[in-house]
Design a binder for this molecule. Structure first.
Ligand code: FES
Ligand code: FES
Length: 168
């Protein structure tokens, strides 16, 4: 079966289809950003994006993402290692302490800001309510999301401009 992970297509033997996705990514592909914590879909530490939507993969199988577009935290930074503006905002705002929740938190926020770049602080708070953090108290995390929203807003404006230009 074919998987599309972080912009790469990989061929996987069908016998891996029943394997838990979080273990497959961590153990077979060495993509260890997604954490295996609660094992019951409750904490969000294992969150990745599938077709731009957050998915908790401790309760998913490899076959569940066959042919779909997967993004893990390893795919967020540029190929030269430059952090994505949202990752940088987490670092700048002090939104990372132990870091265990961070990959899932960043990806959940990324999906949200792609959909809703002009969101309010309260909407940002609600967007991450499926991702638990034991360290930060959430204020710095929301600060980081709010700070990074400017990047998504200008992207959104550029895309609108391109659509208008094409239409004319
Ligand atoms: S490890 Fe998957 S939701 Fe907690
Ligand atoms: S930074 Fe430790 S769990 Fe969030």
């Amino acid at each position: 079966m074919k998987l599309h992970i972080n912009g790469r297509e990989i061929e996987v033997a069908r016998e891996h289809g029943e394997k838990r996705l979080v273990e497959f990514l961590r153990e077979d592909l060495n993509l260890t950003g997604a954490k295996n914590a609660c094992d019951i879909g409750a904490c969000g530490a294992c969150t990745i994006l599938v077709d731009d939507e957050p998915l908790k993969i401790c309760i998913k199988r490899v076959k569940d993402v066959e042919g779909r577009r997967v993004l893990t935290i390893e795919g967020m930074a540029a190929p030269d290692g430059t952090l994505h503006p949202l990752q940088q905002a987490f670092a700048d705002a002090g939104a990372i302490q132990c870091g265990f929740c961070t990959p899932g938190m960043v990806l959940t926020a990324h999906a949200f800001l792609l959909r809703k770049p002009f969101a309010t602080r309260e909407e940002m708070r609600q967007a991450i309510n499926g991702n638990l953090c034991r360290c930060t108290g959430y204020q710095q995390i929301i600060d980081a999301i709010q700070q990074a929203a400017r990047h998504y807003q200008s992207r959104h404006s550029e895309q609108k401009h391109e659509i208008v230009t094409e239409a004319n």
